[in-house]
Ligand binder design. Sequence first.
Ligand SMILES: Cc1cc2nc3c(=O)[nH]c(=O)nc-3n(C[C@H](O)[C@H](O)[C@H](O)COP(=O)(O)O)c2cc1C
Length: 186
Amino acid sequence: MTRTVGLVVCAAGGALEATGGLVAPLVAAGHRVAVTLTPTAAPWFSPSDLDSLARFTGLPVRWQPRLPHERSPHPRIDCYVVAPATAHIVAKLATGAADTQALTQVSEALGTATPVVVFPRVNAAHTRHPAWEENTARLRRAGVRLVEGPEVWPLHEPRQGPPTRSLPWSHILAAVEDALRAAPAL
Ligand SMILES: Cc1cc2nc3c(=O)[nH]c(=O)nc-3n(C[C@H](O)[C@H](O)[C@H](O)COP(=O)(O)O)c2cc1C
């Protein structure tokens, strides 16, 4: 049975690698992928990147909300994955500020049977922010699967991480597959 993964890509390092790191392996595993970018991440993608992503997934790439008279261009989602997630989107998800299409759809899934996987692509400074602990604890309590930890994503000070480190795509993929196995078929 084909499952649909809703991928949200934020304006963080590695955003442009999400096509090779997540979309391609998910499609190869037989899943459909509906991609939404945050409005800040959208201009990071060239028009030809966006075209190829839409052609490859067979679905439009979203970054804006639909108009009231329009239907959603994406199908029903079986599992959301936010990768890379910025510190900013983690804070907004945790506090319920849903002012973009990306945030609206993931916020609506919190507390439902639709699983949500988040990979916070953060640095040590982001996690020292006084709201970080409570924000991530809130998301965990809401059932969000956070892909994190020193073995998965060691924290570095801002601009001091290894210049060419890729995101932990295999861990993110494993979390999505695990969430899909546990999720009821819609
Ligand atoms: C080149 C560049 C790289 C960035 N990388 C990160 C990052 O890895 N993690 C992060 O939390 N923010 C990062 N930021 C900051 C976010 O882009 C910024 O907070 C933005 O408002 C996030 O918007 P979004 O969460 O809606 O995508 C980066 C900004 C720039 C310009």
